[in-house]
Ligand binder design. Structure first.
Ligand SMILES: CNc1ncnc2c1ncn2[C@@H]1O[C@H](COP(=O)(O)O)[C@@H](O)[C@H]1O
Ligand SMILES: [Zn+2]
Length: 379
């Protein structure tokens, strides 16, 4: 009740974030492990179709068979999730996304997928979410514009005000220059209609396929149109490509797994990353389960953290990798023996790297500091 007075307006269009919720999550955390208390988390790297829970997959499957005679799915639900302790190859991980893709083939299904994912992140205490997704066309059923609109609708319909959500539209590095340029036209049209929601463009997809250089001119057009850019960088060793990505100066980069000399990069590349100050989105569980990093304790997190480089923890694909943002904070804290204060600092600094407006960033930061004060008092 006393917390109600902290209810804060965080966005220009009067979205409200409820600090009670964050404080409640805090209680849930502290009861299990005091060291792992950070109540204010921003998720900046979450792919929609990789984030679907098994509950959502089951419901989407039910929706699909009730609308067609296509019969039962050819996959089992356990194939869609890589559980704790399991690992797959990168190639196998990319096959798993096909399961979710086979279920998000209509605007109704995409809308439901986005709504469920947003709610699940909010339930986990995430107060700011940048969801990303690759628009897909299903001939006769869904255009790329309708795909994007379905997610925008889901974001606009988020009812409870616990979470502020933005959309980053992804280009798949495998799709080819022509289709990617067409997708960009669709993205720009949608961005002009919804400038406060569609805030960025991401380049993702299987790092074993396609050439990043094919897409940099397209990303430059997106940047000229006012969109922020995030690029998946060096998930596998490819120093030439990583160098070109860093030279492009995206607003953020994902993973940067193979940049450090001990992880398949080079001292030169590592220095270039550090000098750039480009914030890195780090997804520990994703990297460990895809086998691009040997274990949590051998993650390149520690090199970036020690060098005080801007970083933000993220889930990547919470459904496929069976994780959550709170678990990512916990496993990082456990693996590197981080203090409560270090976790708070990491969560606080992430507010500097959001693709939100300056006003939204400042409001979130203020809220963060107020929550931290309350949390310190209750310690
Ligand atoms: C594991 N590391 C990763 N590296 C690169 N791209 C990834 C990825 N995880 C997910 N994606 C990209 O996101 C798509 C699924 O969500 P959307 O259909 O866009 O919502 C995948 O098909 C891939 O292109
Ligand atoms: Zn990713």
């Amino acid at each position: 009740m006393i917390l109600t007075k902290y209810r804060t307006c965080i966005s220009g269009d009067d979205s409200l974030l409820h600090m009670e919720h964050a404080a409640n999550c805090n209680t849930a955390f502290t009861s299990s492990n005091t060291r792992h208390t950070t109540t204010f988390r921003a998720e900046l790297h979450a792919h929609l179709n990789g984030s679907l829970s098994t509950k959502t997959l089951r419901e989407l499957h039910g929706l699909q068979i009730s609308h067609s005679d296509s019969g039962d799915a050819t996959w089992n639900i356990w194939e869609a999730v890589i559980e704790h302790g399991q690992k797959r190859t990168l190639e196998e991980c990319f096959q798993v996304f096909g399961i979710a893709h086979s279920l998000t083939t209509t605007p109704t299904a995409v809308y439901k997928a986005a709504q469920d994912v947003i709610k699940e992140f909010a339930d986990d205490g995430v107060v700011y979410l940048e969801l990303r997704s690759t628009p897909r066309e299903v001939p006769g059923i869904m255009s790329k514009a309708q795909y994007i609109q379905a997610i925008v609708d889901a974001i606009q319909d988020v009812a409870d005000g616990r979470i502020l959500v933005k959309l980053i539209v992804s280009l798949d590095r495998q799709q080819g220059k022509g289709p990617a340029s067409e997708t960009l036209d669709v993205i720009l049209a949608a961005h002009y209609q919804n400038p406060k929601i569609i805030v960025g463009v991401d380049l993702s997809g299987n790092p074993l396929k396609g050439l990043v250089t094919d897409y940099l001119p397209i990303l430059a057009c997106a940047r000229n149109a006012g969109l922020k850019i995030s690029i998946h960088c060096a998930e596998i060793p490819n120093p030439d490509e990583a160098e070109k990505i860093l030279d492009f100066r995206p607003d953020r980069v994902g993973h940067c797994t193979c940049i450090h000399p001990l992880h398949g990069g080079s001292q030169e590349l590592w220095n270039k990353l550090l000098k750039s100050y480009i914030p890195v989105e780090l997804c520990l569980t994703s990297n460990v389960k895809c086998g691009t990093v040997e274990s949590y304790k051998k993650h390149h997190f520690i090199h970036l953290f020690t060098a005080r480089h801007p970083i933000v923890l993220a889930t990547d694909d919470k459904g496929v990798f069976a994780t959550s943002l709170s678990e990512e904070y916990m496993v990082t804290a456990d693996s590197y023996n981080l203090s409560r204060e270090q976790l708070w600092q990491m969560a606080l600094s992430s507010t500097d790297y959001l693709f939100a407006s300056e006003e939204e960033k400042n409001n979130l930061k203020q809220m963060f500091l107020q929550i931290k004060q309350l949390s310190d008092v209750n310690k």
